[in-house]
Ligand binder design. Structure first.
Ligand code: SF4
Length: 94
């Protein structure tokens, strides 16, 4: 969930093993790995969390999304099924 909107939902295995939304990917990249030999590429989100009272236009995550495109500023993504029972809302997901 980001700024009051569900951005991804599905079962635990599907989301942990194949996260689809950039916000979910960033959150999961911050989870510590118990094995120090196993490196994980961390995604650091830039900027501050916008006000939920006056959320950004288009995709609410576009001001911090590491892969945002111009269209993300005005198009609001809808939830789409990315795998059986696994849904995410991102304009870049087919
Ligand atoms: S719609 Fe755009 S800004 Fe929103 S998560 Fe997808 S790529 Fe990022």
């Amino acid at each position: 969930m980001y700024l009051g909107r569900i951005v991804e939902m599905g079962d635990r295995e599907s989301i942990y093993e194949q996260p689809a939304h950039p916000y979910t990917k960033a959150l999961l990249s911050a989870v510590p790995v118990p094995d120090p030999r196993e490196a994980r590429k961390r995604t650091i989100l830039k900027g501050d969390v916008p006000s939920p009272i006056h959320p950004p236009s288009g995709c609410r995550f576009h001001t911090r999304c590491p892969i945002a495109q111009k269209q993300c500023e005005w198009d609001e993504p809808v939830m789409r099924e990315v795998a059986s029972g696994h849904f995410a809302s991102c304009l870049l997901i087919d």
